[in-house]
Design a protein around this ligand. Structure first.
Ligand code: ADP
Ligand code: MG
Length: 212
């Protein structure tokens, strides 16, 4: 299974073409294990070490589950830092590069608020952001999550280490309860199991290795 080609997955041809254009021929182990349940709409906890291709796992999942003719926020990826959020944005945009009208927006602190408001008004499908700035936009109602289908907690272990649990809870309180929640982490310790219990529904657990 670890050497399966992307074409073995139920992905639309345009997305398969985008993936091929990046030179990705085969699924990494974490992608092979998580993409089938993600594409079925299930909640997934995914643990695999850094550099194992977790971004594309949820990126492909998100891109294949959204409706791009509707301009509303359908996916939210929460990341611990602006640097990581920008990397995730970049990878999702690369995965969507020949797909028309996919709008991916980074909403992080440390950059001016005003331009983010303008971008949100233009219509966005996928928001990638850090907890504090997301809270600010949600409180001011410049960001609305009532059409959210997929929520991703990326680098969940790091976000817990950084003390973001309350902020994350607050952000998630704005999201519909009927949604898909994906939790990605480099480690799989008790705190991860606990936030999974809090935010996920009957998750499938995928753990690729414990050596890191
Ligand atoms: P992680 O989030 O697990 O730390 P990344 O998502 O940042 O890892 O991926 C690490 C690198 O692997 C990136 O440069 C990405 O472009 C590349 N990559 C991801 N999936 C594949 C694939 N299926 N085939 C080849 N390279 C891939
Ligand atoms: Mg990552």
């Amino acid at each position: 299974m670890n050497t399966a080609a992307f074409s073995s997955l139920p992905l639309n041809p345009a997305l398969l073409e985008n993936i091929a254009s990046l030179g990705y021929t085969h699924l990494t182990p974490i992608q092979a294990e998580t993409l089938p349940p993600i594409l079925e709409g299930k909640d997934v906890i995914a643990q695999a070490k850094t550099g194992s291709g977790k971004t594309a796992a949820f990126g492909i999942g998100v891109l294949s589950r959204l409706e791009f003719n509707r301009f509303n926020v359908q996916a939210l990826v929460i990341c611990p830092t602006r640097e990581l959020a920008d990397q995730v944005c970049k990878e999702i945009r690369r995965l969507a590069r020949f797909t028309q009208n996919v709008k991916v927006l980074s909403l992080c602190g440390g950059v001016p608020f005003g331009p983010q408001l303008g971008s949100l008004e233009h219509g966005v499908h996928i928001v990638v952001g850090t907890p504090g700035r997301l809270q600010e936009h949600l409180r001011k109602r410049s960001l609305r999550l009532n059409h959210l289908k997929v929520l991703v907690l990326d680098e969940a272990d790091r976000m817990l280490d950084m003390g973001f649990e309350e902020a994350i809870s607050d952000v998630i309180s704005y999201a519909p309860t009927h949604r898909q929640t994906l939790l990605f982490s480099a480690t799989y310790a008790d705190p991860i199991r606990e936030i999974s219990k809090k935010f996920q529904f009957k998750p499938i657990t995928v753990s690729i290795d414990s050596s890191h």
